[in-house]
Design a protein around this ligand. Sequence first.
Ligand code: SF4
Ligand code: SF4
Length: 371
Amino acid sequence: MHQLIAAPFMGKHLLLRPGRKGGVTLPKGHYNELLATPGDEPVPAWLAEAARSFGLDLEDAPLEPTVLVRRPSKYGYVRASYELNLGCNYDCEHCYLAQKKFEGLEWSDRAKLLRIMRDAGVVFIQLTGGEPMIDRLFIETYERAYALGMMISVSSNGSRLHEPRILDLLKRCPPYSITLSVYGATAESYDKLTRQKGAFARFIKGLEAGVAAGLPIKPNNIVTSTNDHEVEAMETLARSYGLPFHTFVNMSPTIYGGGEPLQVQSAEYLRKREPFKGCNAGHTFFHSDPFGKASICKIGRDDAIPLMAEGIEGLTRLGAVADKLMLRTGGCSGCAISGTCWTCRPLAKQYQESKAPMGMYCQHGEPKGGE
Ligand code: SF4
Ligand code: SF4
């Protein structure tokens, strides 16, 4: 298996090591040299030198399989998220997926989808769900994405992270990151939010197993009205394992525009977002649902493109879809202060459909006089 990946990335060329943050920017000439070097020749001296920054000694190592050289792609997508399956073993009160059906692509189509992503240029992939680690093809999907030269992030509730088959996989094929959602700092609030007895105990077991295995874990503390009295305790929990963490406080409507998650928004922790300055959804990254339908992101799912039917060429239509979704003004037409809006159009549409209080997403809903 490869130890390094050399890949085009947003007009640059990167040398990356699976399981490690950061990378080395390669001059274009060096990348072209790798493309032209036969696999049985030793890695160039400059590469052996650069590899030392990753703690690797590649003196006299053959280029293949040591370095996986990703080919240039005309499609220009460098990141993707893939929702393997919407099924989950929990039923969180704030979950933005609403119905969580256990369904997704069979193996041959998954392999095809991953090849499409590779050929589209995807270097960083997020595997998500539902709960991806309970998907019956999680291990095969992860291994294939890894073998194709992608840097993998997994978003999980951590309930299966303690399992030896999962830990073996993640040690063999190191992930770029494992984001673990944290639903409370005690069994009382965690099990209540997830509506699953024993969920907190499973989370702690997975967290401890992952930390012991040296995995790059990042807790994502989810704050709702059920656990908002434990925010400090959740942050202390992450610190006690020496882990960087994120605290997520603003709930979103479901992907079907339902308002259920908003019912458990913690009023105390609702935060004003930064003004929206645009994003590259649909242009340099995309999202695939469990059926290989490509949308601009997890939120903006309208006009999704069926990649299983259209193949990689379907992605050439995604940029126009993104532009259309970003321009759609819907309930915001005529707004004179849209330039300082903090909500992108796809997300604003979901808030409007869910009949959310305006203060959750719109400046016109702010109390008079500011904040
Ligand atoms: S663990 Fe995640 S996917 Fe599962 S119910 Fe909770 S929020 Fe939804
Ligand atoms: S939700 Fe909005 S800001 Fe986020 S990726 Fe999608 S379009 Fe971009």
